[in-house]
Design a protein around this ligand. Structure first.
Ligand SMILES: Cc1cc2nc3c(=O)[nH]c(=O)nc-3n(C[C@H](O)[C@H](O)[C@H](O)COP(=O)(O)O)c2cc1C
Length: 215
């Protein structure tokens, strides 16, 4: 696909159809994405992908835990809005506003979708050893975006989401994630449900002048 189109099309999908992503496609996405740079080529990163029955079993357990408002159990927490700058807090508030207006409810549809892991037929979990070097987190972010772009290039939609990492014990039950690895972030992968209002949420971007300075 044209690179401009790939970049243009990588928006968060929050409702996936049941169509599965072939394992070969998932492999090809990761094979390309690991070209992302890392600190002195440390390549400190592991990727675990859940598919098919395992992904379904994880989604089911997450949905039950989420519906029961079970507190998050991961090493990486959501944090608070107050951890962010005023400007970032305003952007987050604006996003929540746009999402609520687009979906047409108080956010419960989005909350349920998060609990159900957006129905993603596959999801990649990116992991690091506990207490990683800060550059390791930066490197994982680069890998995250590379996976998103390489997936889009192959017609696979995605969402990067904290929602995937709330209950690592459930992830470990179905996936061979060793205790010396912590899941830092998840990426849902699949094909969008064309009818869901959740996929009509369009998060804007601040004007370029607010983010870029060239002298
Ligand atoms: C680290 C990270 C965690 C995220 N977690 C969630 C999440 O738990 N639920 C959700 O709906 N979106 C989540 N998102 C998606 C963001 O809301 C989305 O990327 C942002 O609003 C931009 O939207 P766009 O990709 O559609 O342009 C997350 C994104 C990132 C980078």
């Amino acid at each position: 696909m044209e690179f401009d189109r790939v970049v243009d099309q990588t928006h968060a999908v929050r409702a996936f159809s049941h169509k599965q992503v072939p394992d070969e496609t998932l492999c090809a996405i990761v094979e390309e994405a690991v070209n992302a740079p890392t600190w002195m080529n440390a390549q400190e990163r592991k990727i675990y992908i859940a598919t098919g029955d395992k992904a379904a079993a994880i989604r089911k357990e997450y949905a039950e835990l989420g519906a029961a408002n079970t507190p998050d159990r991961g090493a990486y927490k959501m944090g608070h809005h107050s951890d962010w700058s005023e400007a970032a807090q305003q952007n987050m508030a604006h996003f929540q506003d746009v999402a609520a207006r687009t979906v047409g409810d108080d956010g419960s549809l989005l909350g349920r979708a998060e609990n159900e892991l957006f129905d993603a037929p596959a999801f990649a979990l990116l992991a690091l050893p506990p207490k990683p070097a800060p550059w390791g987190i930066l490197d994982l972010g680069a890998l995250e975006e590379a996976i998103v772009l390489c997936a889009a290039n192959k017609g696979v939609s995605s969402i990067v989401a904290y929602a995937f990492i709330k209950y690592p014990d459930v992830l470990r039950k179905y996936l061979p994630i060793p205790e010396d690895q912590e899941v830092v972030i998840g990426i849902g992968l699949g094909y969008p449900d064309p009818d869901s209002p959740l996929n009509k949420i369009h998060a804007g971007r601040v004007p370029l002048d607010d983010v870029l300075t060239i002298n």
